[in-house]
Design a protein around this ligand. Structure first.
Ligand SMILES: [Zn+2]
Ligand SMILES: [Zn+2]
Length: 397
């Protein structure tokens, strides 16, 4: 690849910017929820077919996988670039001219722009095809927002076969448009759902000695579960347990038969995640035993911990500096949120990074998952250029 490749990629990102805006607005106006991305994936597949890529539709139900093979030597490296396509069940309140036409559905997490950026990167890389070696594989996946996520199904259906590196990005409302942020190592948490039912013995509230009161037991359980983080986790490590819903009882003088607790467990390491599951069983069962109550514990596994490969993150950060200059690169913070890109990173080294989309002067400050969320669209140039450059450089190594 010629030494002026960063300039050429930036110029190509500029050239395809109007097309990215058109695609993003089309997708934004027609949001589809997890595993229902039919119109979105058709638009994606058609756009990629027009570019002459090998396109596979219907991967993981509504996903698309496309290959761009470089014509320079037969290199067998494969770099994968991932975009997620699903919207959220939110009623949009932005008032934008291209606001959602689907009531109760909205692209409030920026996946419309992730998709347009993925297509923009495909346009840029198609123009560099003669100088590319190896294969760039574009993964347009369904359902990032809803457990169990589209990623495990994409992997099951071969999306990562032969892939040596994988890169993905997510918009960040706290960073200015045109900047990119990186975080080596653990970046996002695992997220498991807890469903605990405390079963006692119902009876008269004035005769508690004839009952086994699940309300008192659940109060003890809720407090004791807080020791999971305060007493069972290295103070230098991170984890959260929150019981977010408590349901039981119906009258002031009746001890109810049971109380249901629902909550979330977030871990930053898979070892502690496993340990926390064990301790939840011990703590809940132990307290129930002492009260002669019974517990039913169900832990629904969510996405795993997202761990960025250290070397790949350093590499990507260096690429960003070459492309945009030092002032546009920041250190991204860890988040206790979860992201199914974690599944790809369990299989293949790579990195997941942040793309700033904020523009205070234009009033673009709302956070993701908010009904006023939108982006400074110029950030898509940086996103597409970055993804394209990572593929170019990643294939050269
Ligand atoms: Zn989201
Ligand atoms: Zn998202």
């Amino acid at each position: 690849m010629s030494p002026d490749v960063t300039k050429r990629i930036s110029a190509l990102a500029e050239k395809y910017y109007p097309e990215m805006v058109r695609l993003r607005r089309t997708i934004h106006a027609n949001p589809e929820l997890a595993f229902e991305e039919y119109a979105t994936s058709s638009l994606v597949a058609e756009t990629l077919e027009k570019l002459g890529l090998e396109v596979k539709r219907g991967v993981a139900k509504t996903g698309v996988v496309a290959s761009l093979r470089g014509s320079r030597s037969a290199g067998d490296s494969v770099v994968a670039l991932r975009s997620d396509m699903d919207a959220l069940p939110i009623q949009e309140a932005t008032g934008l001219e291209f606001a959602s036409k689907n009531p109760g559905k909205m692209h409030a997490c920026g996946h419309d722009s992730h998709t347009a950026i993925g297509l923009g990167a495909a346009m840029i890389l198609s123009e560099l095809k003669n100088e590319l070696r190896g294969e760039v594989r574009f993964l347009f996946q369904p359902s990032e927002e809803r457990n169990p996520g589209g990623a495990p199904y994409m992997i099951e259906e071969g999306a990562l076969d032969g892939v040596s590196k994988v890169y993905g990005l997510h918009v960040l409302a706290q960073a200015d448009a045109g900047t990119v942020g990186f975080c080596p190592g653990e970046m996002m948490a695992s997220a498991d759902e807890l469903y605990i039912t405390i079963k006692g013995k119902a009876g008269h509230g004035a005769r508690p000695h004839h009952t086994i009161d699940p309300v008192v037991v659940s109060a003890q359980v809720i407090l004791a579960l807080q020791t999971l983080v305060s007493r069972n986790l290295d103070p230098f490590a991170h984890g959260v347990i929150s019981i977010c819903s408590v349901h039981g009882g119906f009258a002031p003088n009746i001890v109810p038969p049971e109380v249901k607790l629902v909550g979330t467990l977030r871990a930053m390491s898979k070892e502690w995640r496993r340990y926390a599951h064990e301790r939840i069983h011990e703590i809940v069962n132990g307290i129930c035993y002492s009260a002669r109550a019974e517990a039913e514990i169900k832990i629904d596994l969510g996405y795993p911990v997202l761990v960025n490969d250290e070397a790949e993150t350093v590499f990507a950060e260096a690429c960003a500096r070459e492309l945009f200059g030092e002032e546009s690169v920041f250190r991204a913070e860890r988040l206790m949120g979860a992201e199914d890109f974690a599944y790809y990173l369990e299989k293949v080294p790579g990195t997941f990074y942040r793309l700033g989309i904020r523009n205070e002067a234009q009033g673009i400050t709302a956070d993701i998952h908010n009904d006023h969320f939108t982006i400074d669209e110029s950030s898509m140039k940086a996103g597409a250029a970055m993804q394209a450059y990572l593929a170019v450089r990643g294939l050269e190594l």
